[in-house]
Design a protein around this ligand. Structure first.
Ligand SMILES: [Zn+2]
Length: 327
């Protein structure tokens, strides 16, 4: 098995630490993800998200551009071990050269001054997947909940079935498809999800979301959503966050397998991938960093999954989507 992980927050974590004067890099660090841990965990490709806390930074666009610069600084510092990829062919080349791959993503599509020209500029800067929203309405669409919104009694369990994609949001999604940027619906509200189903012509992803039938938080997908995603040829990444794995906050490896079992039952193996959320979530008890990914493979094997099925879940399904959408 080789791991393809659709989501982590490692680059912005490193950027924040460097801004605080700490000496930290990507090769070896105390975070959940570094290149040494990735090697040990048998990684083929890691998506590195530039997470921009819309509403908390003065200029979200400036923050995103600084994050992208940090991504390329880290790539330059470690070019013997990992290389950025912009196409499916680049991934193949890295495999041949025994080099790990890094795909640049945005976890906040609103960093574009409401202008598709800026979206195209992000493509030119190498961005190949974008979460349409994070936890704020952003001119593109609406999340299921907004932190600090006191009018909502239970943020984690509040779904938004009213506010979907804006007119601009729909144009944004169509332009992403035209360019070859993968649409990511994690964090998007339920109405927005169904708008994406309606208007997309290519597979899309929920990069870091689990099954709502197993853990009821609004960040996870309902069975109907999972089936729709499957029918679109898309894939969802299993998120290792305790709160998204289990309603009692007990995010064990057994719970990961439970989500995978359920998603397989509802739609099929082909819709399952990895979206760890490493370095964006609280430390896990059993699978605390990238080097430990083989533990999940062992658990899947023990649960009766074949080697071929485990390969698809750990990376093969996501690569299928990359092959189809990236140019
Ligand atoms: Zn997230």
């Amino acid at each position: 098995m080789q791991v393809v992980d659709m989501h982590c927050d490692t680059v912005v974590s490193i950027m924040n630490k460097r801004n605080n004067g700490e000496t930290i890099g990507l090769k070896e660090n105390p975070l959940n993800i570094d290149l040494t841990k990735m090697k040990k965990g048998n990684y083929l490709l890691q998506n590195f998200a530039i997470f921009t806390p819309f509403g908390k930074v003065e200029s979200p666009e400036h923050h995103a551009l600084q994050g992208i610069d940090m991504f390329y600084q880290l790539m330059e510092e470690n070019q013997d071990l990992i290389k950025p990829v912009f196409s499916y062919k680049d991934i193949q080349t890295n495999i041949q050269n025994n080099t790990m791959s890094a795909l640049l993503t945005l976890e906040e599509g609103g960093v574009v001054f409401n202008d598709l020209a800026v979206l195209r500029d992000y493509y030119r800067l190498g961005v190949r997947m974008i979460c349409l929203t994070w936890n704020y309405a952003n001119g593109i669409g609406h999340p299921n909940f907004t932190p600090g919104d006191d009018s909502r009694s239970d943020m984690l369990h509040t779904t938004n079935t009213v506010d979907g994609l804006t007119t601009f949001g729909k144009e944004y999604v169509k332009e992403m498809e035209r360019l070859g940027i993968i649409v990511d619906v994690s964090h998007l509200g339920d109405k927005g999800f169904w708008d994406v189903v309606d208007i997309t012509t290519k597979p899309f992803v929920a990069s870091h979301s689990n099954a709502r039938a197993i853990c009821s938080v609004a960040r996870n997908l309902t069975d109907d959503m999972i089936r729709a995603l499957y029918q679109k040829g898309g894939v969802m990444g299993i998120n290792f966050c305790h709160d998204f794995l289990s309603d009692d906050g007990n995010g064990t490896i057994a719970m990961m397998v439970k989500h995978i079992d359920h998603i397989k039952e509802v739609a099929g193996i082909e819709v399952i991938g990895m979206g760890t959320d490493f370095d964006g979530i609280a430390p896990r008890k059993e699978l605390e960093d990238a080097s430990k990914m083989p533990l999940l493979c062992t658990a899947l094997h023990d649960a009766g999954y074949t080697g071929e099925q485990i390969d698809l879940i750990m990376g093969g399904n996501v690569l299928r989507v990359y092959k189809e959408v990236l140019k």
